[in-house]
Write a protein that binds this ligand. Structure first.
Ligand SMILES: [Zn+2]
Ligand SMILES: [Zn+2]
Length: 280
């Protein structure tokens, strides 16, 4: 696995790459726009040029985005339905202008309408977004979730259904979050549990669709369905769990990105990356 972390974008997206370079990230995840707003502005030519320059300086194996937190494709007919579709289209356009290969998306929450209707709403939303960006090379990496509340994607069956029902699954990918697996009740802290879920994912979807991992420990216990990230080895997953994960030969060249608590100087990211590298 190639290690890196989610980098802050204070002062714009090039800042994220400068910070990633400074602390030794091999991969960087960033928000392409304010993650608590529906839309942002397109980037100026200056920003796009500066971003490309920083990217070449840092020589990152991968740079990708995480979509904003307001988007929810899973609520059929809700007031934010169209806003979610438009926001995701906007995110794809921003990612394309920065030459990012994919953006990470939480599938969505059904908000009480039930799993069946929720999954159908996500399929329809993804189809609409993919049609509206038909010429875009940017893929949407669906992230597994902790299964909190009415959120979908805590079970592999949900992700598999989305892949099988969307008209152009080639525009999709997967982003697997270790804390979310554990919190959703998948025993990935043992090598057997890890291999089990990976072989299920391979059969149901195909591991070639895995575009990234989120490497997070969990502040909450196994099966809690509560999503709280902890530093590597500082949570209920524990350091040893990451040994079989980061050494899995199937994912040698796949990004492994931290989304763990950090302060402004990012020293926790430096420590967490060192811990992960010590396991290799
Ligand atoms: Zn996420
Ligand atoms: Zn994540």
């Amino acid at each position: 696995m190639i290690f890196g972390a989610h980098m802050p974008t204070r002062g714009g997206v090039p800042f994220a790459l400068r910070e990633g370079h400074r602390i030794g990230c091999g991969v960087v995840q960033l928000f392409a726009k304010n993650n608590l707003q529906w839309t942002g502005q397109p980037y100026s030519e200056e920003v796009i040029t500066e971003f490309a320059k920083e990217r070449a300086t840092g020589a990152f194996a991968a740079v990708f985005a995480h979509t904003g937190y307001l988007i929810n494709l899973g609520a059929p007919g809700g007031p934010n339905r169209q806003k979610s579709v438009d926001s995701l289209i906007h995110e794809l356009q921003l990612a394309e202008s920065l030459a990012l290969p994919f953006i990470v998306l939480h599938p969505g929450s059904h908000l009480g309408k039930g799993e069946t209707r929720g999954l159908r709403a996500i399929v329809e939303g993804l189809d609409e977004v993919i049609d509206a960006t038909a010429s875009s090379p940017v893929r949407i990496a669906l992230e597994n979730t902790a299964g909190q509340g009415s959120s979908l994607g805590g079970q592999l069956a949900h992700l598999s259904e989305l892949f099988h029902r969307v008209r152009k699954p080639e525009r999709l990918g997967l982003c697997f979050d270790t804390a979310h697996f554990f919190e959703a009740g998948h025993p990935i802290h043992t090598p057997e549990g890890w291999n089990q879920i990976m072989s299920e994912a391979d059969k149901a979807i195909g591991l070639n669709y895995v575009l990234a991992f989120h490497l997070n420990d969990s502040k909450t216990p196994f099966g809690s369905k509560v999503d709280r990230h902890a530093g590597i080895g500082e949570g209920h997953l524990g350091l040893e769990a990451f040994r079989h994960i980061v050494n899995d030969p199937r994912f040698k060249h796949v990004p492994g990105c931290l989304e763990t608590p950090k302060s402004a100087d990012l020293h926790e990211d430096v420590e967490n990356m060192a811990r992960l590298r010590s396991l290799l």
